[in-house]
Design a protein around this ligand. Structure first.
Ligand code: SAM
Length: 330
């Protein structure tokens, strides 16, 4: 699939549920209203949709959410999608998780051919972790991460950079990741969804500043490595591990965008930072064969926008994008 700007679309991120067992302050309001179950695609429908994308040329699938591992029988979906790894149609089946359920599922994920997972940990301080996630327990996540490591999964840690919250903890995270053998990616907070009383301006910490600070303590070597996602990487000479920066605000990463995002209701977003979307549930349900669906996918890719322009400033108090990250998946 090639979009109007010549970009090959080979990466599909799928939010398998909008529900989560955490309520991270930058992601969700505490009293979220979730979708009624009837609106959510069944696991069989998600499989059909993902498989249609694989047939159209997607080589990398990432399951996300909400929290993908809280969806009932999600491992049934992972098992069935893993047939595309076996056939060679898919290079990579992976997921982004908060780690709370990883201790239970890491072994089976590895068994299905998943080779790596992204785990979101913004701080190594247990009290602060609970303050950020509202409902999370860091020891449970550590158990999950340890299980992933011993199952042979490569672990990448994702941390959202939050002004005044974890901005002085990145040295510690880098050291810990170095010791554990994990890569680390820092993410700028994006203005997505109403998050209740919290204010984006107060949360926003530009990664250009973080990078400048880190370079006083660590040797950051530029490398060409690309994971297929939006992060730009350096290698930290002292730990030998990679450090990624996802900077939608300080640097527009759209020119190399190879991704589209599917929600658990079958809505396809061609850009994380734009509202245009295509309903794939209707063509999926309209016919038992996939002709209508594949035509709708092609139409949607032909509408992929050039890029987004997130802005966070005091004049833009409303989120740039109304939906929460948990809808489209991070
Ligand atoms: N529950 C899983 C997890 O915690 O990784 C997957 C979904 S979560 C929405 C995916 C990623 O998006 C997490 O790393 C989370 O920290 C990040 N995220 C959520 N809201 C964000 C926002 N407004 N700006 C930047 N990153 C955000």
């Amino acid at each position: 699939m090639i979009d109007p700007f010549g970009r090959t679309i080979s990466y599909l991120r799928v939010s398998v549920t909008d529900r989560c067992d955490f309520r991270c302050v930058y992601c969700m309001a505490e009293d979220m209203t979730f979708l009624p179950k009837a609106e959510i695609l069944t696991l069989e429908e998600l499989d059909r949709l993902c498989s249609a994308f694989v047939r159209r040329g997607v080589r990398k699938l990432r399951l996300t959410g909400g929290e993908p591992l809280v969806r009932k029988n999600v491992m049934g979906l992972v098992r069935s999608l893993s047939r595309h790894l076996g056939s060679g149609a898919l290079d990579d089946l992976t997921l982004t998780t908060n780690g709370s359920q990883l201790a239970r599922y890491a072994g089976e994920l590895a068994h299905c051919g998943v080779r790596r997972v992204n785990v979101s940990i913004d701080t190594l301080d247990a009290k602060k972790f609970t303050a950020i996630t509202r409902w999370g327990r860091l020891d449970q996540v550590f158990e999950g991460v340890a299980a992933a490591k011993s199952a042979g999964l490569a672990v990448k840690i994702n941390a959202v950079a939050l002004k005044g919250v974890n901005e002085h903890e990145f040295d510690e995270l880098i050291e810990w990741c170095g010791k554990e053998g994990f890569d680390l990616t820092l993410i700028e907070v994006m203005p997505m969804g109403d998050i209740g009383g919290e204010n984006r301006v107060d949360q926003y910490l530009p990664l250009s500043l973080v990078r400048a600070r880190l370079s006083q303590r660590w040797t950051l070597e530029d490398i060409d490595y690309r994971s297929g996602g939006p992060a730009r990487y350096v290698r930290i000479a002292e730990t030998g591990r990679r450090l990624g920066f996802i900077t939608p605000l300080t640097h527009n990463f759209c020119e190399s965008c190879n991704r589209v995002r599917l929600t658990c209701t079958g809505t396809l977003y061609m850009c994380l930072g734009q509202d245009d979307a295509a309903d794939l549930r209707q063509p999926l349900r309209a016919s038992p064969d996939d002709h209508l669906l594949e035509a709708a996918i092609d139409d949607a890719i032909a509408r992929k926008p050039k890029g987004h322009d997130f802005i966070i400033d005091r004049r833009h108090q409303a989120p740039a994008v109304a939906r929460h990250m948990s809808v489209t998946g991070g």
